[in-house]
Design a protein around this ligand. Structure first.
Ligand code: GCU
Length: 688
C-alpha cells in the first residue's frame, strides 16, 4: 500500500446497481501492444479494475476471440474491431490528445472501445473511462468525443533541485530526489498518473529561479537555487530515467534553465545571446539533451527578473535572448517558454510587462512562447487580467496560473482557485472586438496554459487535502476552460470523497464559497491586494497580514485608499483595448471588485449602494470571517461521513483558517481605521 494519498485516483468497489454492466464490458480487456503509453494504460487497468469490479479482469494477449463482451483500447490501426466499429476517419480527425469512448455491440456482445489517433490520447481516454466507472456513471450508451482546447497544458514545478525544497510549495519537501537519480521512487509514477489523468502533457521539473539571486542572499527562502546544474552532462544522463517515467504517460519533460548557463555550466566568459560561441554552446547543449531525451519539450526561462541574469546584462533585449536559445532547440522541435514576469523602472509594477513585451510582438522566433501571469502583479487573491492578453497577435502566448496557494492561505486555508480561473477565462479582452474572452486566446500551435504546481512529500501531496482540488481543476480547465465549475468540482469530490450526495453537495459548496471568503478577509475586497507580510521564513512569507509593509500596492493614505492607474496616474488602465480601458478608467463604470486597483478614492467615497469605501472594507473583512466560520461548520457537518484521517486533517486546518481570518480582519480593519479615522457604523472598529 502507498504511504501517501491516492488523491482522486482511489478506486473503490462499485455498488451493485452498476456492477453488472461494468463487468459485462470490462472483465475481458485487450490493450494494443507497442508504445510505452500502452503499458501505462495496462498498468492502470490492472490497478483499477480489480478494485472497482471486485474481480480480476482477463487481459488478452491477442485481440479477443471470446464470446463475452470486452474492453478494447488502441488506435484503429491496432485492431480491426476498432476500425470497423468506430471508423478510421472520425478518429484520425482528432487532435493530439483527443479520444473517443464508445459502447458498441461486437459479435452480439456488449463491448467498450477507447480509441484515439495517438497513444497519448489512449491514456486520456482510459482515465476518462475509469473516472466514469469510479463515479458510477452509466456506460451502456457511451458516445464520448473529447479534444483538448489547448495544445500545451504544462505544469511548472518550482522545485529547487538538490535541496528537496519547493519554492512556494506548502506540501512539504520536494518529491524529486535529484541526487539519487537515475534511481526512481514510486511516487514519480504516481505523480505522472495524477497529471495524465487530468490531461497535463508537459512538466518543467525545476524552479524558474535557477540561481540564488543576489538581492535575496539574506533570505533563507531563497537560499539554494541551483537548478542551473541540471544542464551538466552527468545530471542530464541521470535525468533520462525520470523523463522515461513521465513519457509513459504522454508527459513531455522540460527544464528551467539559467540564461547565464554558457558561463555557469560551460566555461565561456559571456552569455551574450549575439555571441557566436554562446549560440554554439546552446546548440551543442540542445543536441546533447535530445540525444538522451528525444521527446524533450524545451526550456523555461526567467530572465532579467528578481536577480536572475538575462539579455539586459549584455545590452540586448528579450527577443535577442529568447531567440538565441530557441534557435538551438528548433531542429529538435523544442520550444522556449520565456516568462514575461519582469520588473523595471516604473513605479507602478503593473505597467511593466506590457511596456516591455508588447513592442516586441512579431519579433520572437516561431518556437518561443511568451508566458504571462494571469494578472499584472503576482497571483494576488484577485487581480484584473493581464493587459498583454490579446495584445501580441504575432506571438505565441501562454497563460500562467498559480495552483499552489502562495497568497491564498498556503497549506492551511481552503481556497479553491477554480472560480478565480473561470472569472479570468471569461473576461472579455475585446482583442478581436467584443466577444474575445481570455479562453479564446492561447489556442494556437505553441500556445497553452501553465500551472505553477503544488505537490510535495506530504501524505496529502498538497499540504491539505482540499488543495488537491486546485490541481485537479487546473488540469480540467486547461483541457476545457468552458466546462462548468460545478461539473469539475463534483467530478473531483465524487472521485475523492465518494458519491454520497450530501458529501458531494457540501464539499462542492465549501469549495465554491472559499475564494470570495479569502478575498474578503485578506484584502477587504474592492481590488485591494498585497497586504501580506514579507517574512524571512518560507512559511511566514505572504501568509500573515502586514499592510504597512507594501503601501505602494494598496495606496492607503490619511485621505484615501487605492492606486490611481488611470491616465492621471500610472496609465495602466490605458493598456487595455478601448472599451475595457474606458470602463476601468471611469470611477462610475469600474467594477466594484476592482475599484481600488484602478482608483485612489477618499475613504468616504460613496459606492453605488450609498455605502462608503471604508465601511465596505470593514463589512467585507467581517463577512469574510463569517464565511470562513461557515465553511468550517459545513465541514464539521461531515463528521462520520468522511474517513477520520482526512476529516480531522481538514477540520484542524479550518480551525487555523478561522483564527487566521480573524487576525487578518483585525489587522486590516485597525489599519483602515488608523488611516481613515472613520469608525465602523456597526461599532466593531474604532469605537472604544
Ligand atoms: C513571485 C514569487 C516568487 C517567484 C516569482 C516568479 O514573486 O513570490 O517566489 O519566484 O513570483 O514568478 O518568478
Amino acid at each position: 500500500m502507498n504511504q501517501y494519498d491516492s488523491c482522486w485516483l482511489r478506486y473503490e468497489r462499485v455498488p451493485k446497481g452498476r456492477l453488472d454492466s461494468y463487468r459485462r464490458r470490462c472483465l475481458h480487456a485487450y490493450v494494443a501492444e507497442k508504445a510505452p503509453e500502452l503499458s501505462a494504460v495496462r498498468d492502470e487497468l490492472r490497478r483499477a479494475l480489480p478494485e472497482l469490479l471486485g474481480r480480476d479482469p482477463h487481459f488478452w494477449q491477442h485481440p479477443p476471440t471470446t464470446t463475452d463482451g470486452f474492453l478494447a483500447i488502441g488506435t484503429p490501426d491496432d485492431m480491426a474491431m476498432i476500425a470497423e466499429s468506430v471508423g478510421t476517419d472520425v478518429v484520425d480527425d482528432l487532435a493530439d490528445g483527443g479520444y473517443l469512448l464508445r459502447s458498441v455491440t461486437w459479435n452480439g456482445q456488449d463491448c467498450l472501445v477507447v480509441t484515439a489517433p495517438t497513444d497519448r490520447g489512449l491514456v486520456y481516454g482510459t482515465f476518462h473511462l475509469l473516472r466514469l466507472l469510479n463515479t458510477h456513471e452509466p456506460v451502456d450508451d457511451l458516445d464520448v468525443c473529447e479534444e483538448p482546447t489547448y495544445e500545451n497544458r504544462l505544469l511548472n514545478q518550482w522545485d529547487t533541485p538538490f535541496h528537496r525544497s519547493v519554492e512556494r510549495g506548502y506540501g512539504g519537501e520536494s518529491i524529486f530526489d535529484w541526487e539519487r537519480l537515475p534511481d526512481l521512487r514510486p511516487r514519480y509514477e504516481d505523480y505522472a498518473r495524477l497529471l495524465a489523468s487530468i490531461g497535463i502533457n508537459g512538466i518543467v521539473f525545476n524552479n524558474v529561479n535557477t540561481t540564488k539571486p543576489e538581492r535575496a542572499s539574506a533570505n533563507a527562502a531563497f537560499d539554494a537555487f541551483e537548478g542551473w546544474q541540471l544542464l551538466e552532462s552527468h545530471r542530464l544522463e541521470a535525468f533520462t530515467s525520470l523523463a522515461s517515467v513521465f513519457r509513459r504517460y504522454g508527459i513531455r519533460p522540460y527544464l528551467s534553465v539559467n540564461f547565464a548557463a554558457p558561463m555557469l555550466v560551460g566555461d565561456l566568459d559571456t552569455a551574450d545571446p549575439l555571441d557566436e560561441d554562446v549560440r554554439a554552446w546552446w546548440r551543442a547543449k540542445a543536441d546533447e539533451i535530445y540525444e538522451l531525451v528525444p521527446d524533450f519539450g524545451g526550456f523555461l526561462v526567467k530572465a532579467d527578473s528578481e536577480g536572475q541574469p538575462g539579455p539586459y546584462d549584455y545590452g540586448r533585449d528579450h527577443v535577442d535572448g529568447a531567440n538565441a536559445i530557441a534557435r538551438a532547440l528548433e531542429p529538435h522541435d523544442g520550444r522556449v517558454w520565456w516568462r514575461a514576469f519582469v520588473y523595471g523602472t516604473h513605479e507602478d509594477r503593473a505597467v511593466q510587462a506590457y511596456d516591455t513585451f508588447q513592442p516586441l510582438d512579431g519579433d520572437f522566433a516561431d518556437n518561443v512562447t511568451v508566458q504571462i501571469k494571469n494578472g499584472p502583479i503576482d497571483f494576488q487573491p484577485r487581480e484584473p487580467v493581464s493587459t498583454l492578453f490579446g495584445a501580441m497577435p504575432e506571438t505565441d502566448l501562454g497563460l500562467e496560473l498559480q495552483i499552489t496557494q502562495e497568497y491564498t492561505g498556503q497549506g492551511v486555508h481552503a481556497t479553491y482557485h477554480l472560480p478565480m480561473w473561470n472569472e479570468i477565462f471569461a473576461f472579455d479582452t475585446h482583442a478581436d472586438g467584443p466577444g474575445s474572452p481570455v479562453h479564446s486566446l492561447f489556442r494556437g500551435d505553441g500556445e497553452g496554459i501553465v500551472g505553477v504546481g503544488s505537490v510535495g512529500e506530504d501524505h496529502s501531496w498538497t499540504g491539505t487535502y482540499l488543495a488537491q482540488a486546485n490541481l485537479y481543476a487546473f488540469g480540467r480547465v486547461a483541457w476545457d476552460p468552458e466546462m462548468p465549475a460545478e461539473t469539475v468540482t463534483e467530478e473531483w469530490v465524487r472521485q475523492t470523497f465518494g458519491t454520497d450526495e450530501n458529501v458531494v453537495d457540501t464539499v462542492t459548496r465549501i469549495l465554491h464559497d472559499s475564494w470570495e471568503a479569502c478575498i474578503d478577509y485578506e484584502t477587504g475586497g474592492l481590488g485591494l491586494m498585497h497586504m501580506m507580510h514579507n517574512g524571512e521564513e518560507h512559511l511566514e512569507n505572504h501568509f500573515y497580514p502586514s499592510p504597512d509593509e507594501w503601501p505602494g500596492y494598496h495606496g492607503a493614505t490619511d485621505e484615501g485608499i487605492g492606486v490611481n492607474r488611470t491616465s492621471t496616474g500610472s496609465g495602466y488602465a490605458g493598456q487595455y483595448r478601448g472599451p475595457v480601458a474606458g470602463r476601468y478608467e471611469s470611477v462610475e463604470d469600474c467594477p466594484e471588485e476592482l475599484l481600488l486597483f484602478f482608483h485612489h478614492l477618499p475613504w468616504t467615497h460613496e459606492l453605488e449602494d450609498g455605502t462608503t469605501v471604508v465601511q465596505r472594507l470593514y463589512d467585507n473583512c467581517f463577512a469574510g470571517v463569517e464565511q470562513a466560520r461557515q465553511l468550517r461548520d459545513e465541514w464539521q457537518s461531515l463528521d462520520g461521513e468522511i474517513d477520520e484521517r482526512r476529516f480531522r486533517h481538514v477540520a484542524e486546518r479550518f480551525d487555523e483558517q478561522v483564527a487566521q481570518a480573524e487576525r487578518w480582519r483585525d489587522v486590516l480593519t485597525d489599519y483602515f481605521y488608523e488611516h481613515s479615522g472613520v469608525p465602523d457604523e456597526q461599532g466593531r472598529v474604532g469605537n472604544d
